[in-house]
Design a binder for this molecule. Structure first.
Ligand SMILES: Cc1cc2nc3c(=O)[nH]c(=O)nc-3n(C[C@H](O)[C@H](O)[C@H](O)COP(=O)(O)O)c2cc1C
Length: 263
């Protein structure tokens, strides 16, 4: 049966799932759908009156899997489209990218919203202050309530102005996630519990002799590394001895891709 609002979200470490849930809680007649390998068969949504995309910013733009999903999605061009980006520092190209894809379908991005969340790739560049993490987690539900109120009344806003367009584009063009599979490895703490495999949105982690092995279709979401309950997964030498992050209000089971099938 058709719903009024469908929110498609992509998430590695749970921030986008938390945002999608909190938006949905504040909307009547809405549903959330995770974009992952088991939902890529969805290629049309011509019934929802409002369609939203919730996602983490990757290399200044959209996660590649979500970008491909939106490109393929057949939509009713009269629907209201919104996007909620979450990130460590900025939404950069992501709203323009969605608007561009929608324009190809005769539609456009009516509203864009941004939510600061803990950056989950901090181990590769700088140690992130713990205080920022806790403040962002605390403020997120209130922000989502306000955003949902605006979406409920189909409020519109212009696309943000991009001050570092060329730099952003250069960064995004260098984002080829499938090439990073070889950078993951497992240390002696691995218990073979397979959480890494279950949370992977790309079905990219399988097991040989009780140890995880990465295939070549990584989306670089870092779910495997951050959800490992014993910190056994490493990325190059960059993650050694560094704290892991996942949204503290999301249980790992909610990120198991297969569990979505049972709903
Ligand atoms: C591969 C990768 C690239 C990222 N690139 C950016 C970026 O360009 N700008 C930014 O502000 N945050 C960046 N981040 C941080 C995420 O956008 C942020 O932590 C987000 O909240 C994660 O959402 P999730 O928990 O739903 O996966 C990046 C994270 C990853 C894993």
């Amino acid at each position: 049966m058709a719903v009024n609002t469908t929110i498609y979200y992509f998430s590695g470490t749970g921030n986008s799932l938390k945002i999608a849930e909190d938006l949905s809680t504040n909307m009547r007649d809405s549903k959330i759908v995770r974009v992952a390998y088991n939902t890529l068969h969805i290629t049309a949504d011509e019934d929802s009156a409002k369609i939203g995309f919730v996602f983490p910013v990757y290399f200044r733009g959209l996660p590649r899997m979500l970008e491909g999903f939106i490109k393929k999605l057949k939509v009713n061009s009269n629907a209201y489209f919104f996007a909620v980006a979450n990130f460590g520092s900025s939404a950069a190209l992501s709203f323009q990218q969605i608007d561009g894809i929608l324009k190809e379908k005769g539609a456009r991005l009516n509203a864009n919203f941004s939510v600061f969340m803990p950056g989950n790739m901090w181990f590769m560049y700088y140690p992130h202050p713990e205080k920022d993490f806790s403040e962002r987690i605390e403020e997120e539900p209130g922000k989502c309530k306000i955003i949902a109120g605006k979406i409920n009344c189909k409020s519109e806003n212009p696309l943000p102005i991009l001050e570092k367009l060329e730099e952003d584009k250069k960064m995004y063009n260098a984002f080829i996630p499938s090439t990073v599979s070889n950078n993951f490895w497992v240390n002696e703490k691995c218990t073979g519990c397979a959480v890494c495999s279950k949370v992977c949105p790309a079905k990219n982690v399988y097991f040989i002799d009780g140890r995880p092995v990465w295939k070549k279709n990584c989306e670089q979401c870092l779910a495997c590394l951050h959800w490992c309950p014993v910190g056994a997964i490493e990325y190059k030498q960059d993650s050694i001895g560094r704290k892991r992050y996942h949204n503290p209000l999301i249980h790992s089971r909610k990120m198991f891709v297969d569990s979505l099938k049972k709903k």
